[in-house]
Write a protein that binds this ligand. Structure first.
Ligand code: 5GP
Ligand code: SF4
Ligand code: MG
Length: 466
């Protein structure tokens, strides 16, 4: 998901809508905006579909007055079942004795089910099936005297990955879990402030990127006091999500002080060194494989070409929640550039293999177009474990790499060769010159290594074996 919030900006909702539009790649199922205006109170609009189809209409934007607002773009992750229901669309809102508060959450709370059970037993009435709603109920039960105190107390009970943007009538708040799994950044525009999942959304509104919110940091921003920062959690060595660098974030964003594009290009360089092969062309599987394919081509000297063309009017395939739509999605989105491919030995570069559906379909299309050889190079290690921290990977049995060796995957997909970048190669590309520190890894890489930095307690309860 993607979160965005602003304070101290006239017509805040317009800025929030623009920010969410720039974060649309993080969630395409639904979106919502909450604002506050003293003359009308809290205002909220939550809609299915793209930001540009909902939050551009004057009739909608007119219902969101005020100089403070937050928003959310949603895609459902492992916690939720099937397609999004309206009641699961964020931001969530709660009314407390000292006033209302709205929250927008990116990540996944790993103890949400036990928290929910406990809260329901004590009288909380849940409106949604979302893990994020726990935060509102924990705030409601808190004895804290201010909303920021309650927010902080609630988050101390929550385990898992959370980057949360929240608001009161007069304050914008932001927090990142102690490991900093999901990103969150701070920006400034005139006298106003913005919080965003990624820097690309600061760029769109012309805000200056000030800094990242640090892992474990909470900021409370108000017009009188500016940005006040503190660290309410026990401090830990951060382990942000390495998959943000591989796939999830937009290539024009800066994360952990690094350009996402440059890291992806460097993964391609590592891949070319680790898994060279003779071929005529290096082609990306667009768009997610493009920077790595550029790096592979530059390092290997094999020409880069657009062997697969993407229909720009289709969203991310993976994010469509049902298998059937996903299956169609590959063909709706990608087509082979036949004239280029015929008779050529082609290296295809993609970011990841999850179920293997995409790779297999693309191989069919490429061979059908008359390619002489097809070699897959993947810009991440084999995805063998599900993510419980906010990225929608399927259960283990559906992950190709959980049930097959690399050779078996190569045969199943039906290509001449299949190679993945090593975990060390990935870490080097992400700026760790000595690769992965196996005693104390610098990133979360659980979907590749199976080493979960936060015990997924709800899942363990249900019998998941690490
Ligand atoms: P598959 O077809 O193997 O199940 O999915 C792999 C494709 O899904 C890749 O092209 C990758 O770009 C895309 N993808 C989209 N979202 C995700 C995600 O959240 N996780 C992973 N691993 N791949 C994703
Ligand atoms: Fe990121 Fe993978 Fe860790 Fe999930 S399991 S937070 S996708 S590195
Ligand atoms: Mg892709």
């Amino acid at each position: 998901c993607g979160v965005f919030g602003v304070i101290g900006m006239a017509d805040a909702a317009n800025f929030v809508a623009l920010g969410l539009h720039a974060l649309q790649h993080r969630g395409q199922e639904a979106g919502g905006i909450v604002t506050y205006d003293p003359s009308v109170g809290f205002c909220s609009e939550r809609r299915f579909g793209y930001v540009r189809d909902n939050f551009t209409k004057a009739s909608v934007m007119a219902t969101l007055p005020g100089t403070i607002g937050i928003g959310h773009v949603r895609y459902s992750t492992s916690g939720s079942k099937g397609a999004t229901a309206m009641r699961d669309v964020q931001p969530f809102f709660g009314e407390f004795s000292m006033g209302g508060s709205a929250i927008a959450h990116n990540g996944n709370i790993t103890n949400a089910e036990s928290l929910r059970k406990e809260l329901i037993e004590r009288g909380s009435i849940f409106q949604s099936s979302s893990d994020s709603e726990c935060i509102i109920h924990l705030m409601a039960r808190s004895m804290g005297r201010t909303i920021p105190d309650r927010f902080e107390e609630a988050l101390r009970k929550v385990e898992g990955a959370f980057s949360v943007v929240a608001m009161t009538r007069t304050k914008l708040m932001g927090v990142r879990d102690p490991l900093g799994v999901r990103p969150l950044v701070l920006g400034k525009l005139g006298d106003g402030w913005a919080l965003s999942s990624e820097t690309c959304a600061l760029d769109i509104i012309g805000a200056e990127f000030i800094r990242e919110i640090e892992p474990g940091e909470m900021v409370v921003i108000s017009s009188e006091h500016g940005v006040q920062s503190h660290f309410p959690f026990r401090r830990m060595k951060p382990r942000s999500c390495i998959f943000e660098h591989v796939y999830f974030s937009r290539p024009d964003s800066i994360l952990g002080g690094r350009s996402i594009y440059e890291t992806r290009r460097q993964i391609g360089v590592e891949l070319a060194r680790e898994a060279p092969v003779e071929a005529d062309l290096v082609c990306p599987v667009p768009d997610s494989g493009t920077p790595a394919a550029i790096g592979y081509s530059q390092e290997s000297g094999i020409p880069y070409a657009m062997g697969i063309i993407r229909n720009q009017y289709m969203g991310r395939t993976f994010i469509e929640p049902t298998e059937q739509i996903r299956n169609m999605g590959v063909r709706l989105k990608l087509n082979v550039n036949r004239a280029l491919i015929k008779g050529k030995r082609v290296i295809l570069v993609d970011d990841s293999v999850v179920r293997g559906t995409t790779s297999r379909k693309i191989k069919d299309m490429i061979l059908d177009a008359g390619a002489a050889e097809v070699h897959f190079r993947i810009a991440s290690p084999p995805t063998a474990w599900p993510c419980f921290y906010g990225v929608d990977t399927p259960e283990r049995s559906k992950l190709l790499a959980a049930t097959m060796t690399e050779e078996e995957m190569c045969a199943w997909i039906g290509v001449d060769s299949l190679k993945f970048v090593s975990l060390d190669g990935l870490y080097r590309a992400a700026g760790e010159a000595n690769g992965r520190d196996n005693n104390s890894p610098q990133y979360c890489d659980a979907c590749f290594s199976g080493e979960y930095p936060i015990a997924p307690s709800d899942m363990i309860e249900k019998g998941f074996e690490m």
